[in-house]
Ligand binder design. Sequence first.
Ligand code: PRP
Length: 213
Amino acid sequence: MNDSKNIRIALTKGRLEKDTAALFEKAGYNVEMLRNKGRRLIIEIPETGIEVVLAKAADVITYVEHGVCDMGVVGKDTIDEHQGSFFEVCDLGFGKCKFALAGRKGENFYEGFGVKTIATKYPNVTRRFFEAKGMDVDIVKIEGSVELAPLLGLSHGIVDIVETGTTLKENGLEVYEDVSPISARVIVNPVSMKLKKAAIEKIVAQMEQHRGE
Ligand code: PRP
């Protein structure tokens, strides 16, 4: 448990980091140190008692679950895949994209009786999606550029993140079906929520107030 009086927020590095910094700025925080962080991984937001920890998405969840960070900003994609024991308290409305089932253009994915093979970086999301349909599929875990799998004949389809759709289009693929929407979420450690309730609620309220502006 992070037992200092400060609130420690784990922030997903990259695009969500920039959007969150912009949100903090609108809320009146001084984010200069966050913007000019260089290679530093722990950054203080002056006069707020907030400490920002920069981490990879899945690690944001790990740090919040273990209580070494009180809160986190992470994509719904990572939450859906990893799940875990934390509260999801707010949708920040940025980092919007979706999980979708996709494959080679013009093919009818649901045709035929054989068990289909799906390539994905998100095996848990994929398993639940097809379980809900009562459909048996073989899932192959891929680490990146999942679009290659149907092109190389490894799989009938993919379950992946689609944002603009450009990657699919430029590779002769198309969305067969949407799986679920994705956006940045605020998560909170349950013990922190009890012990630092007022401070956490204040930060969440500020973030909610300025999201999507
Ligand atoms: C994601 C996803 C797609 C792409 C979709 O990959 O896996 O490949 O973005 O975006 P688009 O619809 O705007 O084209 P990412 O950039 O995270 O790289 P990765 O495959 O190496 O994880």
